[in-house]
Design a protein around this ligand. Structure first.
Ligand SMILES: Cc1cc2nc3c(=O)[nH]c(=O)nc-3n(C[C@H](O)[C@H](O)[C@H](O)COP(=O)(O)O)c2cc1C
Length: 251
């Protein structure tokens, strides 16, 4: 049976949606940023929101974490997830920014489990050096009531129940709600025989950065224009509703 490019696009957004509604292999991904020296930096993050209509994904972080400063300097990001059960990889490229809208931040904050919100209570900046005895006892990864792993640095856990904890407002002030505007999607299906790969590009966002080299411009057939469900949500920085164009490519 032939899978169409439109079916793959539908599957991508269905998978991303499922990953934020419950725990799936796509719930945990790897976010790449570019630091001030131009070096790549990658770390695990939990996918918190997916919206096909606007072509956006959201993740959370501590505003004081290195990644947030990196995004302010260079918004380009890559986000990759791997589903071992289905043998499928999804790579997302785009631009990310910290959402500063008060109401949207508040809604995102409320959607976190109390355990996840607690991670922002420590006044200590992530990455602050600690003495050897500053590490928390035990090694089990705690889980928030939303079923997502509670993530935080050692110092946050070390001070988690102490008098140093500050109030909710301070914790909220440290919370970063980060939006990734997806510009390119790359779906690699290793379960297919032969292996199959599709790439998609979102129109109306200013085009693709040059990757250099032969980017397949002599391939037969252009990118198929694919309609997109839903509309643009009108948030700042978004153009008119962009459509995804896609094509099957050599894996
Ligand atoms: C399973 C797992 C999930 C994580 N989820 C997040 C997350 O959603 N947001 C986040 O900021 N850090 C998360 N982290 C921690 C980051 O990987 C990283 O260590 C931390 O954010 C500091 O990164 P930075 O210094 O590059 O900002 C997670 C780590 C693991 C192992």
């Amino acid at each position: 049976m032939t899978t169409t490019t439109q079916e793959i696009l539908d599957e991508i957004w269905r998978s991303l949606d499922a990953a934020v509604r419950g725990r799936t292999p796509f719930t945990l991904g790897y976010l790449g940023t570019v630091d001030a020296a131009g070096a790549p930096r990658v770390r695990a993050v939990i996918l918190r929101r997916s919206d096909r209509g606007s072509g956006c994904l959201h993740v959370v972080s501590d505003r004081r974490a290195a990644k947030v400063g990196e995004l302010a300097g260079d918004p380009r990001v890559a986000f990759t997830v791997w589903d071992e059960d289905r043998s499928v990889q999804l790579r997302v490229e785009g631009r990310a920014l910290e959402v500063l809208d008060a109401e949207e931040r508040a809604r995102a904050w409320e959607s976190l489990s109390p355990g996840s919100r607690d991670l922002y209570r420590s006044p200590l900046v992530p990455g602050t050096p600690l003495a050897d005895d500053g590490a928390p006892a035990g090694s089990g990864a705690p889980t928030g009531t939303d079923g997502m792993p509670v993530v935080g640095s050692a110092e946050e856990s070390a001070t988690g129940s102490g008098a140093e904890r500050e109030d909710d407002a301070a914790a909220f002030g440290r919370f970063a709600w980060i939006r990734i505007d997806c510009e390119r999607l790359d779906w690699l299906d290793l379960s297919a025989s032969p292996q199959a790969r599709w790439e998609f590009e979102r129109g109306g966002l200013g085009g693709r950065d040059e990757r250099g080299g032969d980017d397949g411009g002599d391939q037969p057939g252009g990118l198929d224009g694919l309609g997109q469900r839903g509309g643009d949500d009108g948030r700042a920085g978004r153009g008119a509703e962009g459509e995804w164009t896609g094509r099957r490519v050599v894996p």
